[in-house]
Design a protein around this ligand. Structure first.
Ligand SMILES: N[C@@H](CCC[C@H](N)C(=O)O)C(=O)O
Length: 261
């Protein structure tokens, strides 16, 4: 079966977009097909797949990690998804997008896209480990699970070839782990190991979790904007007075074609 795809990224967190308005192209998208599409040697390559399905008068973002697993939410992906809906499906900004973590509102200013990621949940202290070395971490949910750990320098955890060890009773479905350093006032940098995708160049929900954890550590007033540098670029995140997290960053569509993977 041949079907259309697009390729896009946000701060180099890259995705294969699958148009599937009426759900008939992919129906039940298999893990095998997601893995084949995301394979960087034999496929198109990506950290995940964004399947665009029409639902009522709107759209549902069916997000899958590169290993085929499902996640509730993807912050970089939803900006790419919004750009796709605007440029290829004629949707206007601001737009509502349904996800497994609820409806998100997307808006655009020039080449920057802002996602209202909703209310964060701060769920307590935990610990993560890599190669026998451990760090305290804060458990933050952005709809999907995160552990935010501060390190002295970003090289400290070494190569993140395997998922960092974590408390399975806290994260029964696995966790996205962010390692963070401070760069200046209201400015941090992070690396991430993503559940289901490995170490990636960026994670939007991860940047939101990091901004929330850092705002709490700084006792910063709500409405303070944090700059979050990731290996693939920069995101800006603000935790508002009415308890919503707004994330702003780029979103690009870089290719399209037809595949039978
Ligand atoms: N890259 C994403 C997060 C994708 C989902 C994550 N790997 C998970 O399993 O929760 C982002 O930009 O937020």
């Amino acid at each position: 079966m041949s079907y259309p795809f697009l390729k896009g990224h946000g701060t180099e967190n890259d995705f294969v977009v699958l148009p599937d308005a009426d759900g008939t192209v992919h129906g039940d998208l298999s893990e095998e097909r997601v893995r084949a599409l995301c394979d960087r040697r034999s496929g198109i390559g990506g950290d995940g797949v964004l399947r665009a399905v029409r639902e009522g008068d709107g759209w549902f973002m069916d997000y899958r990690n590169a290993d085929g697993s499902v996640s509730e939410m993807c912050g970089n992906g939803i900006r790419v998804f919004a750009r796709y809906l605007h440029e290829r499906e004629g949707e206007a900004f601001p737009m509502n997008i349904r996800t497994r973590a609820g409806v998100k509102v997307l808006d655009r200013s020039g080449e920057e896209f802002t996602a209202d990621m909703g209310r964060p949940e701060v769920l307590g202290e935990t610990e993560v480990s890599v190669m026998g070395r451990s760090w305290p971490a804060l458990h933050v949910s952005m709809g999907n699970p995160h552990a935010v750990a501060y390190v002295d320098n970003l090289a400290e955890p070494g190569p993140l070839l395997e998922p960092p060890e974590h408390d399975d009773s806290i994260y029964p479905e696995g966790v996205n782990v962010e390692f963070v350093v401070r760069r200046g006032e209201r400015h941090v940098a992070m690396r991430v190991h993503e559940r289901g995708s490995g170490e990636t160049r960026s994670c939007g929900t991860g940047a939101c979790a990091v901004a929330v954890a850092t705002a709490l550590a700084d006792d910063a007033p709500r409405g303070t904007t944090y700059r979050v540098d990731v290996p693939g670029g920069t995101l800006h995140v603000v935790w508002t007075e009415d308890d919503r997290v707004l994330m702003t960053g780029p979103a690009l569509l870089v290719a399209e074609g037809v595949t039978d993977l």
